[in-house]
Write a protein that binds this ligand. Structure first.
Ligand code: IPD
Ligand code: CA
Ligand code: CA
Length: 285
């Protein structure tokens, strides 16, 4: 990559940082003070005044600096210039369920895709005051100190993280079987509740691998850059190149990648527990 490109990514990284810090300050101001929590459609898929206010602040910062770029924001959808090679993927509050329960694991996640590929990522948890930043070729940092993935090279010594999408009650492809199997084969599988922080945890070596299905580009665009720039690997479950729109991703420290991919791919649909949507959606008597 040329010097001019590095300079440009630096500028975008700083813009993403400003937006994440400002969005994070908004989340902190609402912390513990929410009086209304709505469901967006699926049971459990929540949105609050904090999500909306954080997103408004992030959009304001982007509008000020890069008014000619495209935007994909969780609460507002597609905005801006759809012909631009630059697309900002924004989750103004990743970990809303945690947030509403005052469980301090949530973040603002801001990724920049260039021609469809994640190139800049910032993930900020304002309660723990952790700021993760990365840009293609520029490395990854936590609170401005360089980070690297872990060196664990076998599943039996690993700690993993995963998550369960909001459609889990309605589909057999709900990740429960994968979770049970990997729990059996490792030192543990955590469920963090914030995909962007799960990826940040892989990037800084606290967690050795992460997989999940049912994700959206705004959940993962920033975190992908963090993991790759910290020396890790991000692909589809079967190690083919990642398709951001598939919603399915495997991120590891690199050393565990093949073993985790093989184990994930051998979970058979027959092992899967059926969805329980028919029970949850019964009308009250
Ligand atoms: C959710 C979180 C969670 C993941 C869900 C996401 P939200 O995002 O990242 O960890 O399991 O699939 O939708 O709704 O809190 O922004
Ligand atoms: Ca999210
Ligand atoms: Ca969100």
């Amino acid at each position: 990559m040329s010097g001019a490109n590095f300079d440009r990514l630096h500028v975008f990284l700083d813009i993403a940082t400003e937006a994440a810090l400002e969005g994070g300050a908004v989340l902190k101001s609402y912390w513990g003070k929410l009086d209304e929590i709505e469901e967006k459609g699926r049971p459990g898929d929540l949105v609050t005044a904090a999500d909306k206010a954080s997103e408004a602040k992030v959009l304001e910062v982007l509008q000020r600096h890069v008014p000619d770029h495209g935007i994909l924001a969780e609460e507002s959808g597609n905005l801006g210039n759809s012909a631009s090679p630059y697309l900002w993927a924004i989750d103004p509050l990743d970990g809303t369920t945690n947030y509403t329960h005052q469980y301090p694991v949530f973040a603002v996640s801001i990724g920049l895709l260039v021609d469809g590929f994640p190139q800049v990522g910032v993930v900020y948890n304002p309660i723990r005051n952790e700021l993760f930043r990365a840009a293609k070729g520029l490395g990854a940092t936590r609170n401005r100190v360089p980070i690297r993935v872990s060196t664990i090279d076998s599943l039996d010594r690993s700690l993993l993280v995963t998550g369960f999408a909001y459609d889990r009650h309605d589909t057999e492809d709900n990740n429960y079987a994968e979770f049970c199997y990997l729990t059996h084969l490792t030192q543990g599988v955590r469920r963090g509740g914030s995909a962007s922080l799960d990826l940040a945890d892989v990037a800084c070596g606290r967690i050795d691998g992460y997989w999940e299905r049912g994700l959206s580009p705004w959940d993962i665009a920033a975190g992908i850059v963090l993991v790759e720039e910290a020396g890790g690997l991000v692909t589809a479950y079967n190690r083919s190149p990642l398709d951001l729109d598939s919603g399915r991703l495997l991120a590891t420290n690199g050393q565990l990648h093949d073993e985790l991919s093989d184990r994930l791919c051998e979970v058979s649909p027959l092992d899967r527990l059926p969805g329980i949507g028919h029970l949850r959606h019964r009308s009250p008597v």
